[in-house]
Design a protein around this ligand. Structure first.
Ligand code: TYM
Length: 324
């Protein structure tokens, strides 16, 4: 099974990124081939500051490695280190219908909010299709917000194959986890950097406490029974807890006599514990930035080899000259 996924370096990773996607990267590494990349080209649609993009890209690599991504088992690289992908993007662009892109939510949402969109944002899904198709990827682990883009990818691949009469591009499938396809943020909406409701993986203890305390709850008094099923504080706790731990807290909700402050404290402790080892590893790795750059470069060399093979296959299909 060939696995691939990408993540944008637009800020520090949050619980949604981890439970929706990164956790899957770790579970799937070591398959026949697994490719994970930092989508710095996609990030250009929102970040226009060179120093910030460089810093975010390094932070992204540090986070992924600290969380357990193992360069022996998976290929980790920067999207922009594989120029074959941007070349493939053009080939795909010529078979992509405008109407397909007009339906994509990132573009549609921006236009709906009256924000002028640039061509980069409009064609973002085609670059993403190239990211996926360039490696003959079969499975793409993501959160539910990316499923539409994977459907676009399949559509584009099918059109390319049907125009040129062959199975040049492989059709990928999205892989989404049922219990964390859409992790909620502190306000109960989808956790997202653009909504300002995120909790980051490596917040300082103080800031983590503050964020968890800001999670919105209802005004049921301390003594009254509470419903864990409708409480997003509890939904977040479930991400960290075993079934037994969940039952213990759920029973306390139902019994009454427990305030939300106490439930918040339980969540805080679970989160500190869950990311504690990764936090320590990250601190160590941060002292070796050259080592991290070497990992990214070795990853890019491996990724380019595969992408070149697929690009050449597609270029020949179109009647373009190829390079070895
Ligand atoms: P990005 O950088 O926004 O998010 C990275 C991954 O995190 C998942 N995610 C969530 N999952 C559950 N709940 C949430 N609240 C939540 N927020 C984010 C996303 O679904 C994603 O899997 N376009 C992509 C990056 C990309 C890509 C690709 C992904 C570029 N090329 C090729 C897969 C394959 C994006 O913006 O993800």
């Amino acid at each position: 099974m060939r696995v691939l996924s990408g993540i944008q370096p637009t800020g520090r990773f949050h619980w949604g990124n981890y439970f929706g996607a990164i956790r899957q990267y770790l579970a799937l590494q070591g398959h026949e081939q697994s490719f994970y990349f930092i989508a710095d080209l996609h990030a250009l649609t929102t970040i226009r500051d060179a120093a910030l993009l460089r810093q975010n890209t390094l932070d992204a690599a540090l986070d992924l490695l600290a969380l357990g991504l193992d360069p022996e088992k998976a290929t980790l690289f920067r999207q922009s280190d594989v120029p074959e992908v941007t070349e493939l993007t053009w080939l795909l662009m010529t078979v992509t219908q405008m109407s397909l892109l007009e339906k994509c939510h990132a573009y549609k949402d921006k236009v709906a909010r009256g924000i002028p969109a640039d061509a980069g944002l409009f064609t973002y899904p085609v670059l993403m299709a190239a990211d996926i198709l360039a490696y003959d990827s079969e499975v793409v682990p993501v959160g539910v917000d990316q499923v539409q883009h994977i459907e676009v990818t399949r559509d584009v691949a099918q059109r390319f194959n049907s125009f040129y009469g062959g199975e040049f591009l492989k059709l990928p499938t999205a892989r989404v986890l049922d219990d964390s396809a859409k992790v909620v943020g502190t306000d109960g909406e989808k956790m997202s950097k653009s909504y300002g409701n995120t909790i980051e993986l490596f917040e300082s203890a103080k800031s983590l406490k503050k964020k968890i305390n800001s999670i919105k709850t209802d005004s049921t008094p301390v003594e009254s029974p509470k419903n864990p099923e409708t409480c997003h504080l509890f939904t977040l706790y479930k991400l960290f807890a075993t079934t037994e731990q969940q039952e213990v807290l759920a029973a306390r909700y139902r019994a009454g006599g427990m305030g939300y402050g106490e439930a918040k404290n339980t969540l805080y402790e679970a989160a500190m514990e869950h990311f504690g080892a990764a936090r320590a590893r990250r601190d160590e790795l941060a002292l070796q930035p050259d080592h991290v750059q070497e990992i990214l470069q070795a990853g890019a060399a491996k990724a380019r080899k595969k992408a070149r093979e697929v690009l050449n296959r597609c270029k020949s299909a179109c009647g373009l000259a190829i390079q070895e």
